[in-house]
Design a protein around this ligand. Structure first.
Ligand SMILES: C[S@@+](CC[C@H](N)C(=O)[O-])C[C@H]1O[C@@H](n2cnc3c(N)ncnc32)[C@H](O)[C@@H]1O
Length: 186
């Protein structure tokens, strides 16, 4: 389990490297047990805070619990970069929109790391969740790349999409990274 998380961390680090600096204040939204968060903070040397509606933490990262699923307990613009790492497919379609919009209130830039929908993605999500995140819903609200881009577009969010290169040829999942920016007031 730990080895899988560390392997995932390396994949995520590679994907988000262009967007994180040592000076950045980073918020990991839906940080879960904090293993990936801890690896990211260690690698980038940045100030990282985790937040989650549940308390699953097994690492010593700074953590503030969310009191509501659709609202972050932080001031406007409190962070340079926010991240949702394999988190949004645990929220209903309606909740995805609410929490993304609130994250854009709190973070200047938002990174969304998600997995492409597939039978394997759904089955492994159900099994891994039962083992590690009992109590978290598993609605499997995965979206394909266009589905995410449509959601952003419908909510007037500026986003770019990057497909992540598989770490090995037969790696069973396909991942995307979306980079969201707050729309400048005109
Ligand atoms: C599969 S875990 C991912 C944990 C971690 N990001 C990782 O990649 O290892 C999904 C996490 O999303 C959290 N979550 C579910 N709904 C959420 C919401 N509306 N806002 C923030 N986090 C949420 C769950 O409590 C859970 O800890």
């Amino acid at each position: 389990m730990q080895a899988t998380l560390l392997y995932r961390s390396r994949l995520i680090i590679k994907a988000i490297t262009p967007y994180i600096t040592k000076e950045a204040k980073v918020l990991d939204i839906g940080c879960g047990n904090g293993v990936v968060s801890h690896e990211l903070a260690k690698h980038f040397g940045c100030a990282l805070t985790g937040t989650d509606p549940q308390s699953y933490l097994t690492t010593s990262i700074p953590f503030i619990k969310m009191l509501r699923d659709d609202q972050l307990p932080f001031e406007d613009g409190a962070f340079d970069v926010g991240m949702f790492i394999d988190t949004l497919h645990h929220a209903s379609n309606e909740m995805q929109v609410k929490i993304i919009l609130d994250a854009l209130r709190v973070c200047k830039k938002l990174l969304i790391f998600e997995v492409k929908p597939s039978l394997l993605a759904s089955v492994s999500d159900i099994i891994l969740n039962r083992l590690n995140y009992a109590g978290t819903p598993v609605p499997c609200t995965f979206r394909n790349e266009q589905g995410w881009m449509d959601l952003f577009h419908e909510n007037h969010i500026t986003a770019t999409a990057r497909r992540i290169k598989k770490p090995i040829p037969f790696y069973p999942f396909s991942n995307y990274l979306f980079v969201l920016e707050k729309k400048q007031a005109s």
